[in-house]
Design a protein. Structure first.
Length: 171
């Protein structure tokens, strides 16, 4: 049986002023980078950890510093959402990230043609950016989303095609 005194989740509840509008977007992007998912409007959740606590504390201070209000809670779900449903929200969010990465890798792969040195440099820069993005998503993939394998495969395929293209240009 769960110890109800110890929460499995951290929840950030916030109210952000409507103006300036960029501040809302800034906070939303920061929460996205942390891997937090929304369970209600202005209610974001992360699996409980020291890192998540520290990250949410930073966001909380930023919200308050920007004229908003925020609370950080440690919770267990008793009614309503189940832990499995919350985990599914995290998996769906990361699957969407992985899908975007795989699609971008496939788009870049479609542009590969024997070309100029500048085109090769651009593709290598795109590949490097995509690999960094994949690493960022892996860090916030708390519940092993299924899309990771496809994203890694798309990047590996792109990388192999880039290497082959570079060898052809060098010959």
């Amino acid at each position: 049986m769960k110890n109800l005194n110890e929460g499995r989740w951290l929840i950030l509840i916030h109210q952000i002023p409507h103006k300036p509008p960029y501040f809302r977007v800034k906070i939303w992007r920061r929460l996205q980078r942390l891997g937090a998912v929304a369970i209600k409007n202005s209610v974001y959740i992360l699996p409980k950890s020291d890192q998540a606590n520290e990250d949410f504390q930073w966001v909380l201070r930023e919200i308050i510093g920007g004229g908003g209000d925020a609370s950080l809670c440690e919770v267990n779900f008793i009614e309503g959402l189940s832990d499995e449903q919350v985990e599914a929200l995290f998996r769906a969010a990361r699957d969407a990230d992985y899908s975007q990465i795989a699609e971008e890798a496939q788009r870049i792969t479609g542009t590969l043609k024997p070309g100029s040195h500048e085109q090769r440099e651009q593709i290598e820069a795109d590949l490097s950016r995509l690999k960094r993005h994949l690493e960022e998503v892996i860090v916030i993939d708390f519940f092993s989303a299924a899309g990771r394998e496809a994203a890694e495969g798309s990047i590996a395929s792109l990388e192999a095609r880039v290497r082959t293209s570079i060898r052809r240009l060098s010959d």
